[in-house]
Design a protein around this ligand. Structure first.
Ligand code: SAM
Length: 224
């Protein structure tokens, strides 16, 4: 497949899956038209690189459906002046979308292999405003807190307290919360007075957020 084929697939993805639904924010649409999703997945999935579903990555994880990523970042209303935190780097695709929208992006992934692979893909695609680390993202990233915007891309059983504490006032956090198989996307807003407001957006299905305050995984590797 050639770069032109991928560009055309991206344009079609934006038209049918994003603006064809309820993604209206022009900066979000532009970011999705620009970021090469195929660079973040295995070549054997290239024909589906811009399809309307999640794709497998290493360690039984997934790169999320483009529409869900777009919906979550649109809810955050990210500005170039924002410092953003992502929990669950995975392939690095969403990290690249965030890097198009925010000034600075910090991203935490619990599996070292994924952090290393994402680092390579983000270097290849030329992103420089990103800092990655391997660790338990439910603890946030105290060193760089507070953050204007936080996005969690794995399903939490309950709201991770450190993340709301590390959110700026005002600031926005979006995350899937609920049972292990099916969750709800929740938009959490911290007002200028530090008050926390929560709004349920829609149902979703994410891989579990695993860690000290999250789901326990008997098969979990000891990367963190
Ligand atoms: N945003 C990613 C992308 O664009 O490819 C997709 C992320 S995938 C749906 C969820 C990721 O969260 C997995 O890579 C998983 O290893 C990671 N994860 C699960 N629990 C975590 C935790 N406590 N801290 C950091 N990452 C975690």
């Amino acid at each position: 497949m050639r770069e032109n084929d991928f560009s055309e697939m991206r344009r079609n993805m934006v038209a049918s899956q994003l603006s064809g639904r309820d993604i209206r924010d022009k900066t979000v649409l532009d970011a999705f038209e620009k970021v090469p999703r195929h660079e973040f997945i295995d070549a054997k999935f290239y024909k589906d690189a811009y399809s309307d579903f999640p794709l497998p990555i290493e360690n039984e994880q997934t790169v999320s459906q483009p529409y869900i990523v777009a919906l979550m970042v649109q809810l955050l209303d990210i500005k170039k002046s924002d410092k953003a935190l992502e929990i669950g780097t995975g392939s690095g695709y969403e990290t690249a979308i965030l890097a198009e929208l925010a000034g600075e992006v910090f991203s935490v992934e619990r599996l070292k292999d994924l952090t290393e692979k994402a680092k390579l893909a983000l270097k290849k695609t030329g992103y420089k405003n990103i800092t990655l680390k391997t660790g338990d993202g439910m603890l946030g990233w105290e060193e760089f807190a507070p953050f204007d915007k936080i996005i969690v891309s794995a399903g939490a059983e309950t709201m991770p307290g450190p993340l709301t504490r590390q959110l700026k006032s005002p600031g926005k956090l979006v995350l899937p919360v609920g049972p292990r198989i099916r969750q709800k996307i929740l938009l959490v807003e911290k007002t200028g007075k530090g008050e926390i407001l929560e709004k349920e957006i829609c149902d979703c299905m994410f891989v579990p957020l695993i860690g000290r305050y999250g789901w326990k995984d008997s098969n979990a590797r000891k990367d963190i």
